[in-house]
Design a protein around this ligand. Structure first.
Ligand SMILES: CC(C)(COP(=O)(O)OP(=O)(O)OC[C@H]1O[C@@H](n2cnc3c(N)ncnc32)[C@H](O[C@H]2O[C@H](COP(=O)(O)OP(=O)(O)OP(=O)(O)O)[C@@H](O)[C@H]2O)[C@@H]1O)[C@@H](O)C(=O)NCCC(=O)NCCS
Ligand SMILES: Nc1ncnc2[nH]cnc12
Length: 285
């Protein structure tokens, strides 16, 4: 394996961390997102604002940088799994300190943290599918130091017998690779604006994700409304068309009425934007 000078590792890690943070900010600002915080307002949330989401994103840059530095050209083994588990939990604490105890990005730290590590493990240069597969290998390794907490996500996955954030990563992010990235590129090719393409990518994720945030807040009724509504937007031709915009508006109203917020889908959109940017590798700039 080619070893890189330390300065190149530092530069690569810094670029990855800045890019991951920017993807979180791009996701938060993107509008209109049904039930979610966006540039219009707080969606279905009482304790979240766009300013808080942005503060949270910035608080995570050092965590992403440390993850990249520690993972650079390392193999997926128990030692690395434990290191990234520890860094991820420190990141969660930093997020909570920055937001005054509000959970803004727990799922995003998990997904983007694994993907940042995976890019670094590959020395900064690999395709989206190789990065996702590398992240999956890490996610499948046990982390003995993880506290045994029965989280909201675990409760929802057990109650409804569905996969959650853990399984999405362990299966190499199928909602990103098979749905969101292809939709992002299709909508761009169809001539829609970048914002429309990103909303369409979010819709593609929402057609099928078993989002444990939605399940915890609005049960199976909320999840089905999310999946059907997102499918209606894409079937109508996507968010760039008048019919698609109408379907999106209806979905927004339904999500608010049900108090449902697809936070997991939002995290995966940020991760999609990250993998889309990684398609142009750092070392080739
Ligand atoms: C593996 C973990 C992610 C832990 O997962 P688990 O399911 O056990 O725990 P949760 O605390 O519930 O976090 C899961 C978060 O993942 C997002 N998510 C949900 N469904 C999916 C899905 N199907 N696929 C992918 N991602 C999904 C979601 O995150 C977003 O929602 C958060 C807000 O949720 P919540 O607190 O429930 O907020 P509200 O509904 O607003 O609460 P109330 O107002 O009602 O009170 C927000 O953070 C978004 O990001 C889920 O919440 C992982 O955390 C873990 O094990 N970490 C350990 C450290 C580690 O090993 N790290 C390594 C990499 S750095
Ligand atoms: N835009 C957003 N609104 C609410 N929860 C989120 N989790 C991640 N992004 C989010």
């Amino acid at each position: 394996m080619k070893l890189l000078p330390q300065i190149q590792v530092e530069g690569g890690a810094e670029w990855l961390a800045r890019t991951a943070t920017q993807c979180l900010i791009d996701e938060a600002r993107l509008s209109p997102k049904p039930g979610l915080v966006d540039s219009r307002g707080n969606g279905a949330h009482h304790d979240l604002t766009l300013a808080l989401m942005e503060r949270s994103a910035h608080s995570l840059t050092p965590t992403f940088q440390a993850l990249a530095q520690q993972s650079w050209q390392r193999p997926a083994d128990i030692a690395l799994r434990q290191t990234i588990g520890r860094l991820g939990r420190v990141g969660e604490q930093q997020m909570m300190a920055a937001t005054g105890g509000v959970n803004t990005h727990r799922g995003a730290i998990w997904a983007l943290g694994l993907l940042v590590s995976a890019v670094a493990m590959r020395g900064g240069d690999a395709s989206a599918s190789v990065i996702a597969a590398t992240a999956a290998t890490l996610a499948k390794l046990p982390d003995a130091a993880a506290p045994k907490i029965f989280s909201k996500g675990l409760r929802a996955t057990h109650r409804y017998r569905v996969p959650g954030a853990r399984e999405e990563a362990q299966q190499a992010f199928p909602h990103i690779l098979q749905l969101a990235l292809p939709q992002l590129r299709l909508s761009r090719n169809n001539g829609g604006s970048e914002s429309h393409a990103r909303i369409d990518a979010l819709m593609a994720i929402m057609t099928s994700l078993t989002d444990t945030c939605v399940l915890s807040r609005a049960g199976m009724e909320g999840l089905e409304a999310m999946q059907h509504g997102a499918r209606a937007v894409l079937t109508a031709g996507g968010s760039a068309t008048p019919e698609g915009q109408q379907a999106l508006h209806l979905l927004d109203r339904q999500m608010l009425a049900l108090n449902a917020s697809p936070g997991g889908a939002a995290d995966l959109l940020a991760a999609t934007l990250f993998l889309d940017r990684i398609g142009t590798p750092y070392f080739k700039h």
